[in-house]
Write a protein that binds this ligand. Structure first.
Ligand code: F6P
Length: 375
């Protein structure tokens, strides 16, 4: 019988993490199961650093962004940087030690709340004999085998409000406004916010863009008297004949097996090019971490509570090695192996991303209502 469960939140923080923790803890306590939270994601596992979670710890947190357990997106237990006796930097696989520690401390299961990379690590711990349940987290909505991840709808709300705000100033000055939003290599946030905010153009990574198409759209609008335009640019968008905009490559050696590429600058690039090619006053805004912080929207509070409580239910029923998911609108679970997909190398980062479907509802809707996607 499951008596003691650990939970950790890994990767970039995201609205809804606290609601997941709360849902899991409440479900555990009402079933006589003890829950412990590992601090700072996988760092907590490495350092065996955890706290007991009771009703007091999860009280009054359902709405709050961030995570009471803190997070960390720079730790890979399968490749921990160390300096060897020759003074060289080497990467050591600490996963066996961690698995041993979890066993020694009596953990029956570990709930990993994370994005594609963190869930991949969860699956790899499973291969080390740890009972794992995964919960898909990310504002980017790019985890496969779930209709939606929590945090995404909050990010879309924030980006939509930003478009609303940009519109009034764009209209007043007759300017072109570019808004860069997050999403890594997927255009979910950009496209949803563009539709919800009534943007005229939206550039996403899945459709390499031709700026001439965007300029055509801007010109058509001004021919009909609308001399301002809103262009939403996903941070991972790239021109047809160009490459993705990279802000920096972080740490490299320190981040073995982790995604060390930091995107940024795609919006600024589009704005500069448009101003250069048209002479129209163009301004660029990068929404950045505002999309990730602050209060969680009602949709994500509900989804996170479903995910957290169901993850604990799966632990109690000893249905390990699963990721909770919503598929075709129904709360269910899927094998973590399937989520990790073709990437079977233990410790390597995941490459199994869910991109925007070019034949899906969002793209088709955008096209039907005349949003230019740069193609
Ligand atoms: O994965 C969520 C996300 O917010 C991405 O959209 C963004 O590219 C990335 O994290 C940046 O986060 P950090 O600076 O924490 O790596």
């Amino acid at each position: 019988m499951v008596k003691k469960v650990g939970i950790l939140t890994a990767g970039g923080d995201c609205p809804g993490l606290n609601a997941v923790i709360r849902g899991a803890v409440k479900t555990a306590l009402y079933n006589g199961v003890e829950v412990y939270g590992f601090l700072e994601g996988y760092q907590g596992l490495l350092k065996n650093n955890y706290i007991k979670l009771g009703l007091n710890e999860v009280s009054g947190i359902i709405h709050k962004g961030g995570t009471i357990l803190k997070s960390n997106n720079g730790t890979n237990c399968f490749a921990v940087p160390e300096v060897n006796e020759k003074g060289e930097k080497v990467f050591v696989d600490k996963s066996e030690e961690v698995a041993e520690m979890l066993k020694k401390d009596g953990f029956d299961c570990l709930i990993v709340v994370g994005g594609d990379g963190s869930l991949k690590s969860g699956r790899d711990f499973m291969l080390r004999g740890v009972n794992v349940i995964g919960v898909p987290k990310t504002i980017d909505n790019d985890v496969p085998f779930t209709d939606v991840t929590f945090g995404y709808n909050t990010a879309v709300d924030v980006a939509t409000e930003a478009i609303d705000r940009l519109r009034t100033t764009a209209e007043s000055h007759g300017r072109i406004m570019v808004l860069e939003v997050m999403g890594r290599y997927a255009g979910w946030i950009a496209l949803s916010a563009a539709i919800a905010g009534g943007a005229d153009n939206c550039l996403i990574p899945e459709i390499p863009y031709d700026l001439n198409k965007v300029i055509e759209k801007i010109n058509k609008r001004s021919e009909t008297g609308r001399n301002y335009s809103i262009i939403v640019v996903a941070e991972g968008a790239k021109p047809k004949e160009g490459s993705i905009s990279i802000r920096e490559v972080e740490g490299n050696a320190e981040n073995a097996g982790l995604d060390s590429v930091k995107l940024g600058g795609a919006g600024e690039y589009v704005a500069k090019q448009i101003e250069k090619l048209t002479g129209l006053t163009t301004r660029s805004t990068t929404l950045g971490y505002i999309q990730r912080g602050g209060n969680t929207c009602a949709y994500d509070r509900i989804l996170s509570t479903k995910f957290g409580s169901y993850a604990m239910q799966l632990c109690i029923e000893e249905k390990f090695g699963r990721m909770v998911t919503v598929l075709n609108g129904k709360l269910q679970s899927i094998s973590l192996n399937e989520v990790a997909g073709t990437n079977t190398t233990i410790g390597a980062k995941s490459s199994n991303l869910k991109l925007v479907d070019l034949n899906g509802d969002l793209v088709q809707t955008a096209r039907r209502i005349g949003i230019c996607l740069g193609d």
